[in-house]
Design a protein around this ligand. Structure first.
Ligand SMILES: *[C@@H]1O[C@H](CO)[C@@H](O)[C@H](O)[C@H]1NC(C)=O
Ligand SMILES: *[C@@H]1O[C@H](CO)[C@@H](O)[C@H](O)[C@H]1NC(C)=O
Ligand SMILES: *[C@@H]1O[C@H](CO)[C@@H](O)[C@H](O)[C@H]1NC(C)=O
Ligand SMILES: *[C@@H]1O[C@H](CO)[C@@H](O)[C@H](O)[C@H]1NC(C)=O
Ligand SMILES: *[C@@H]1O[C@H](CO)[C@@H](O)[C@H](O)[C@H]1NC(C)=O
Ligand SMILES: *[C@@H]1O[C@H](CO)[C@@H](O)[C@H](O)[C@H]1NC(C)=O
Ligand SMILES: *[C@@H]1O[C@H](CO)[C@@H](O)[C@H](O)[C@H]1NC(C)=O
Length: 485
């Protein structure tokens, strides 16, 4: 009996070992099969979304889709990403089912795209080709066309095309011939330098464009007809370029443009020509313009719908005309104004109706805490509009330096009543009224001081006379006293 038990135990042990070996072998087999047949991971967030992750796999070609892709149902949103591989040649992609398809080739080494590359993917709505080595010559109309049907090539559904960070100088005039639904086009970080007439034709042919990114393309001008027909353009980024003024061609899209970003350009001033015709603009950002020194009168006057103004990080911006918002106060639309990190020291009390703002940013300037600023912050309530923890400091005068501007109560400031305001309207052009006022105060102070001096002298004279009169008396008294002694 004992022997039998031992044999059975041994058998059981051998069995277990066999099972373990089996499991290990099958696991490694499965793993190997996985690597060969499917270099990409499929994941689904819900019934309607599927992601094929082919990122960071050192691919230098586009692999076949894994078999599971056939199970995709008609309306599924499919995202395929080849982010950060070494693909250099975009060959024709195989049929991919799904309702809305997004494909990213961001950060590869693409120098070539075959014609009809996306012809099998009629539902391609989003294509990211950014951070590659694509030149303008590679981008022909044939790469973005659909299948050949009824003796002609059909369109593709493409809505978003990202061509940022490539080597594009110029675009083919017919590039967008088969992409009528193109809404967002990113051309940022390309050495375009000059928008030549073929490029202008290409852009102007994308008539459904809503978003256009031309930042960091080294352009200095935009031909006047470039945006002709782009009646839906809502958003444009012209940052990091060589513009010395805001391009006039923007006024052609004035009826649709809502967002304008104009950072880091070599402009020296903004004036009444800068934003002409941009009546629908909701948000304007003018930041990091190192040479911007002055915002002149009526600069913002055309912007009848503006809600948010970012005028920040312009480190040489010293002066904003008190008339910069001229004519806007009756129909005031601005809710948020950010003036942070400029080189401002003063603001005019009547620059804007401060109490109508919801948010105001003023940090990072060299504020001179004078009566005007006290009036803006206290009397006009601007001090209540600062974001939490973003209270600006005084830089001057010396005794207030480092104080929160909301802390200053300048008791010698005049009360800003109506007589005061009417006096302020006697001004010539951009001559700052406070200078006149300060002069008046100065003269008044001198006169007052003079009068006081006169008084004091008179008073002293009287005292002296009295003293002279009393002295002998006292002396006499004293001598009387001494005679007493
Ligand atoms: C999933 O798909 C729906 C539409 O079917 C879309 O609105 C949603 O944003 C998607 N969610 C994710 C996480 O992709
Ligand atoms: C895709 O796969 C790569 C490599 O396995 C991984 O690093 C990355 O996090 C994955 N991305 C997503 C969105 O799952
Ligand atoms: C891509 O991956 C390489 C390593 O394979 C890495 O050095 C590089 O920084 C990555 N690029 C991007 C844009 O993430
Ligand atoms: C890209 O791939 C196609 C098809 O394999 C090939 O005919 C073509 O020569 C390739 N182009 C380059 C530049 O490698
Ligand atoms: C363009 O968009 C419209 C409206 O969404 C749609 O009906 C049409 O099929 C789209 N065009 C293509 C080529 O997909
Ligand atoms: C700010 O303006 C003052 C003169 O008002 C100038 O001395 C200073 O250099 C300017 N600061 C910067 C950062 O340009
Ligand atoms: C502001 O005033 C309060 C008291 O009125 C004082 O405690 C605080 O230190 C002041 N802060 C600054 C930065 O001036």
């Amino acid at each position: 009996m004992d022997k039998l038990m031992r044999i059975m135990q041994a058998l059981a042990f051998v069995n277990l070992v066999l099972v373990i070996i089996c499991v290990l072998v099958s696991m490694s087999c499965a793993q190997e099969a996985d690597v060969k047949s499917a270099p990409c991971d499929i994941s689904t967030t819900d019934d309607n979304n599927l992601t094929l992750n082919c990122s960071r796999r050192s691919l230098n070609y586009i692999p076949e889709w894994p078999a599971q892709i056939d199970d995709i149902i008609k309306d599924t949103h499919v995202l395929v990403t080849f982010f950060n591989n070494s693909i250099s040649n975009v060959t024709q992609l195989s049929v991919l089912p799904g309702g809305r398809i997004a494909i990213s080739f961001k950060a590869n080494k693409i120098v070539e795209i075959q014609k009809d590359a996306f012809g099998n993917i009629g539902r391609l709505v989003y294509l990211d080709l950014s951070k590659n080595r694509i030149s303008g010559e590679v981008l022909r109309a044939e790469i973005f066309r659909g299948p050949y049907r009824n003796n002609e090539y059909s369109n593709i559904a493409l809505e978003t095309l990202n061509l940022g960070h490539n080597e594009i100088h110029s675009l083919d005039r017919y590039l967008f011939q088969f992409t009528p639904n193109l809404t967002r086009l990113y051309l940022n970080n390309n050495p375009i330098e000059i928008l030549d007439h073929v490029t202008v034709h290409a852009i102007a042919s994308a008539t459904n464009l809503e978003v256009l990114d031309l930042s960091k393309t080294d352009i200095a001008t935009i031909p006047i007809n470039a945006f002709e027909g782009l009646t839906k353009l809502q958003q444009i980024d012209l940052s990091n370029n060589k513009f010395i003024s805001v391009p006039e061609s923007l006024s052609l899209v004035g009826n649709s443009l809502k967002y304008l970003t104009f950072n880091n350009n070599p402009i020296v001033e903004l004036n009444d020509d800068s934003f002409i015709g941009l009546t629908k603009l909701v948000e304007l950002e003018v930041a990091e313009n190192d040479y911007l020194d002055e915002v002149k009168r009526s600069t913002f006057t055309p912007l009848a719908s503006l809600r948010v103004l970012h005028l920040c990080h312009n480190r040489n911006l010293r002066y904003i005309s008190h008339n910069a918002f001229r004519g806007m106060k009756d129909k005031w639309t601005l809710k948020e104004v950010y003036l942070d990190d400029n080189n401002l020291s003063e603001l005019s009390t009547d620059l804007m109706p401060w109490e109508k703002l919801e948010t105001l940013g003023m940090t990072g300037n060299n504020w001179l805490c004078n009566c005007d600023l006290a009036n803006i912050v206290t009397a006009q309530g601007a001090g209540k509009k600062f974001k939490f923890g973003e209270i600006p400091y005084c830089a001057a005068p010396m005794r207030l330096s480092g104080e929160y501007i909301t802390n200053i109560t300048v008791s010698f400031c005049p009360t800003f009543d109506t007589t005061f305001t009417t006096k302020r309207s006697f001004r010539f052009g951009d001559l700052k009224p406070k200078h006149i006022l300060w002069s008046i105060f100065g003269v008044a102070t001198v006169v007052a001081f003079g009068m006081m001096l006169g008084w004091i002298v008179k008073a002293m004279k009287t005292v002296y006379k009295k003293k002279i009169k009393t002295h002998p008396i006292r002396y006499i008294n004293l001598s009387e006293d001494s005679s007493f002694a």
